[in-house]
Ligand binder design. Structure first.
Ligand code: C2E
Ligand code: MG
Ligand code: MG
Length: 735
């Protein structure tokens, strides 16, 4: 290093001072530094890891060729030539250009594929070729035509072009991550100096101003010195080729555009070159043709690479990395296509039971191995009768479309059989089974998501039925799975959109069979689920507070209906159920009076039914409210009597007018159950003692009717006398 530096300094002194023998000193200096750089590169090739060995070896060869070329040049110059641009010198330097270029293409940051390297090389060639017409206009025009006729001489004039080609390649391959590797920057500096030197040399020669030993000669040994310097740096930390992150971030736009910028310059140069004579100079013409060819090949390579990238991306986007099965994206795509084409479609949704435990107990690596194995078995089980995909985690799906050789249920059985552990299995201690949900496309499905949702519903039903089972989605299943949240949202609209209606169940005078009263029972005609009984939606309404508007609506509707009955039966009354929440509201009285007054109904024609539990919870304010209702003349019935924890003391406090014996007691009357009989009898007596009216609820049979009549219960309600129905039965006699 020191010696090479000293040689260079001495040479500089000599040339700048223009001492005699400068030409020889210049030749010797270049020879010595090139020789030293060769040794330095050989050293690096020995020391550094194998991926870099070829790079340094090629650089060493390049430096050796530089030394050899310079020695030949010197010998021929001393032998008589002024500037010996002989074929031999030309050949040596040309080989040096080739090895130097090859070295750059073997640098640690160069593309790894042959196609990538060819593309990079072409980028360099394109730049180099584009520079010929530019150089022609700027420099060569002045060179005598005779000189250009000699190929060896022409070659000497083309050196800047090759330098720029190498510089382009270097810039292109100095990928974003590896830029940190110092030697590449040092090489870039070396190449830049050579570009300047060669350009300077060519223009000096063109003008006839060059003589051996010119100060510009210093540039060449300087560029060799830098290469020798680059060889002293340590190798990059990750040069073993395993790191692919360099591919992750795309190069900046200018690096991509770089090879094409000179092409624009070349086109302008061709126009300028034709100016004086109107003819394209032969050299320019030939290079432009070569440039076109290079561009065409480059485009071809790029197109080819793009196609391969597309294939790879497609595999990445549509495939599951672990199992190699199609992924959710591809599955959904195929499903949508099948639906669009109107083919009969079924979907099997499969979830592994107990897979999470495998992951938790044995780790993810074991989980992955198990998944891969199971996926392979399931694929074999489906065996072309459908498309199996991994939707994610432990969820798989099979799409069966077109004319089906096997029904989906049979496919499900095959899948479950495939998952059962067989004898030859490597035992990990846990064998996940699977739950499978099947949905077949039908008119109830608006889109593929509906179909998948149904398969999901069926899959959860299969899980609930115990492990290793399959279920097919039915309308009943679907209905029960319509989520709570959805139902609540629907219920909010139900009152406004008039989806509620009332049915009336007659309450009969047992002695005469006359119907003097009816109980209003609310129903919800759900747009998708059909008519829902109160048990399906009232608990939700109570939780959300929606019970208040519902109750209010019921009170108004019931009063309206009762008002129409009065023409036929002036004494007719209507019973309305009131929720516990409503009873706690002070505005209950206002609601009730507005409803009766609004339709001209006497308050005594209305009875409010309250459950025992609602009454027991009642505070002093509630009791006060009940008393006010009583004073207005409104009846108070204790509903489902006997099911709560009523004590006699509370019967004293509550201003009730009626007891409704719960149907669970009435139901046992037909079965010779002595105690049921005694209970109903006792409650009837009790009611008499408290001066309360009594209704036996849920009378379904003639035996029950006979029993309640014998006990002396005055009134009855039940399917025997009439099911809840439209408002028409009141005022008629039961036959
Ligand atoms: P509830 O007040 O005890 O009403 C009587 C229930 O028994 C009704 O059921 C009726 O259809 C049923 N039923 C009547 N006769 C028979 C029979 O012979 N055998 C059998 N097995 N059942 C009979 P529904 O309509 O399903 O109402 C259930 C409960 O929902 C009602 O019990 C009441 O507590 C509540 N409810 C109904 N409509 C309303 C309303 O508008 N507002 C409020 N807050 N609750 C209501
Ligand atoms: Mg009731
Ligand atoms: Mg009841």
């Amino acid at each position: 290093m020191l010696v090479a530096g000293a040689v260079l300094v001495a040479e500089a002194f000599w040339l700048v001072a223009a001492l005699p023998g400068a030409a020889l000193v210049s030749d010797l200096g270049a020879l010595l530094v090139a020789g030293w750089a060769t040794v330095a590169c050989v050293g690096a090739a020995r020391r550094q890891p194998s991926p870099l060995r070829r790079f340094w070896t090629l650089l060493a060869v390049t430096m050796a060729l530089a030394a050899l070329g310079r020695a030949t040049w010197t010998a021929q110059r001393l032998g008589g030539g002024d500037l010996p641009h002989t074929p031999l010198v030309g050949a040596v330097f040309t080989v040096g250009i080739l090895t130097g270029t090859a070295a750059l293409l073997c640098s640690p940051s160069a593309p790894r594929t042959a196609v990538g390297r060819a593309r990079t090389l072409l980028d360099g060639v394109i730049v180099a070729l584009a520079l010929v017409p530019i150089g022609w206009v700027l420099v060569f025009r002045g060179v005598a035509a005779a000189e250009l006729a000699d190929p060896a001489r022409t070659l000497g004039l083309l050196y800047p072009m090759f330098d720029l080609m190498q510089l382009t390649i270097l810039v292109t391959v100095a990928g974003p991550v590896r830029t940190a590797w110092r030697p590449m920057s040092v090489l870039a500096a070396s190449l830049t100096i050579r570009v300047l030197a060669d350009v300077g040399y060519v223009s000096l020669v063109a003008r006839g101003d060059y003589a051996a030993g010119h100060v510009i000669d210093l540039c060449w040994p300087l560029s060799y010195l830098l290469i020798g310097l680059a060889a002293r740096y340590p190798p990059p930390p990750d040069c073993d080729g395993t790191d692919d992150t360099a591919e992750a971030s795309p190069p900046p736009w200018w690096r991509v555009a770089l090879p094409y910028l000179p092409v624009g310059g070349a086109i302008i140069a061709v126009v300028l070159a034709r100016r004086p004579t109107g003819q394209t100079p032969q050299l320019v013409f030939v290079t432009m043709m070569a440039l076109l060819a290079a561009l065409a090949v480059r485009q071809g390579l790029a197109a080819n690479e793009n196609l391969r990238l597309v294939v790879r991306l497609r595999r990445l986007a549509y495939g599951d990395q672990l199992t190699g099965l199609p992924n959710r994206l591809l599955f959904n795509r195929r499903l949508r296509l099948a639906l669009r084409d109107g083919r009969p479609v079924a979907v099997l949704l499969l979830d592994l039971d107990g897979f999470k435990q495998v992951n938790d107990r044995f780790g993810h690596a074991t989980g992955d191995t198990l998944l891969t194995g199971l996926a392979a078995r399931m694929r074999a089980a489906v065996d072309g009768d459908g498309t199996i995909a991994r939707l994610g985690g432990d969820e798989f799906a099979v799409l069966v479309d077109g004319d089906r050789p096997v029904p989906p249920e049979q496919l499900a059985e095959r899948l479950l059989a495939a998952l059962r552990p067989s004898d030859g299995d490597e035992d990990v201690g846990v064998h996940p089974s699977a739950s499978i949900g099947i949905a077949e496309y039908g008119p109830q499905h608006a889109s593929h998501t509906d179909l998948l949702r149904d398969a999901d519903i069926a899959m959860y039903a299969a899980k609930a039925a115990g492990k290793s089972a399959y279920r097919t989605c039915t309308p009943a299943l679907r209905e029960s799975a319509v989520s709570r949240a959805e139902l609540i949202a629907d219920l909010r609209r139900a009152v406004d959109e008039e989806q509620l209606h009332l049915e009336f169940q007659p309450i009969v005078e047992l002695a005469t069979g006359a119907v003097r009263s009816a109980e209003a029972l609310v129903r919800w005609r759900h747009p998708r689920l059909g008519v829902l009984p109160p048990a399906r939606f009232l608990p939700l309404a109570e939780e959300t507070g929606l019970i208040l508007p519902i109750d209010r609506w019921v009170i108004h509707e019931a009063c309206r209906a009762a008002a129409t009955w009065r023409e036929r039966a002036p004494e007719a009354t209507v019973a309305v159920n009131i929720s516990a929440a409503h009873l706690r509201r002070p505005d209950l009285i206002a609601t009730v009076t507005a409803a009766t007054a609004g339709v001209g109904l006497a308050p005594r024609a209305l009875t409010l039914e309250l459950t025992e539990s609602a009454l027991i919870e009642g505070t002093e304010a509630v009791l006060e409210r009940l008393r006010q209702l009583r004073e207005l003349g409104i009846g108070i019935a204790i509903d489902d009597f006997g099911t709560g924890y009523s004590s006699l003391s509370y019967l004293h406090r509550i201003p009730a007018t009626e007891l409704k014996i719960d149907r669970s007691f009435v139901a046992r009357l037909g079965t010779d159950d002595e105690r049921a009989y005694a209970t109903v009898e006792m409650v009837t007596r009790l009611a008499g003692a408290f001066d309360l009216a009594v209704v036996a609820e849920g009378v379904e049979t003639e035996r029950q009717h006979a029993a309640v009549t014998a006990i002396g219960c005055p009134r009855g309600q039940g399917y025997l006398y009439g099911r809840p129905d439209g408002p028409g039965t009141v005022g008629q006699n039961r036959p």
